[in-house]
Design a protein around this ligand. Structure first.
Ligand code: FES
Length: 167
């Protein structure tokens, strides 16, 4: 089993030092985030490594990963588009946005475009209900009152930023 890199271990140690020695479990969220930032997602092996490094049961790591939607269990595209489909957004045409993404990108929830640029996801309430329908981009940028036209503009912008980065 490949082990965590020295750099990842150092970062985890930094987080673990913020908690009492008996509370290594408290560092699991940031330990997982650190590994995900490095690898792009959390493999089964990564969960085992984090559990072993923090000396906590694998089940405690697994339950954290399954609870929080920001953890990725499979590789994703360069950009993620997470459409909230909880009640407020559902009532404000969130499923129309998913249908639009399917038409525009050719992929549905949980799928990645063939060029690896975009992964479409469904999100639970993003706490932006007043701006429904809401879309979370790359796990950090909130977009509210999103329309199909706004999605198109967003996709164009993200595509151009990659083209520029490649150029
Ligand atoms: S229901 Fe979509 S942000 Fe709350």
């Amino acid at each position: 089993m490949a082990e965590l890199s020295d750099q990842i271990c150092q970062t985890i140690d930094t987080w673990r030092a913020k908690f009492p020695n008996s509370q290594a479990r408290s560092a699991v969220l940031m330990a997982l985030r650190t590994v995900q930032d490095a690898d792009g997602y959390l493999s089964d092996e990564a969960l085992e490594n984090v559990a072993a490094y923090l000396n906590i049961p694998l089940a405690q790591v697994s339950e954290v990963v399954s609870f929080y939607s920001m953890y990725r269990r499979a590789p994703e595209g360069q950009h993620t588009l997470a459409v909230c489909t909880s009640l407020s957004c559902h009532l404000c045409q969130a499923h129309g946005l998913l249908a639009h993404l399917k038409t525009r990108l050719g992929v549905g929830p949980g799928e990645t475009t063939q060029d690896g640029r975009f992964t479409v996801k469904v999100a639970e309430c993003l706490a932006a209900c007043g701006g429904a329908p809401a879309v979370l981009v790359d796990d950090q940028h909130y977009h509210e009152c999103v329309t199909p036209a706004a999605l198109d503009a967003l996709i164009d912008e993200l595509s151009e930023s990659k083209d520029t980065a490649d150029g």
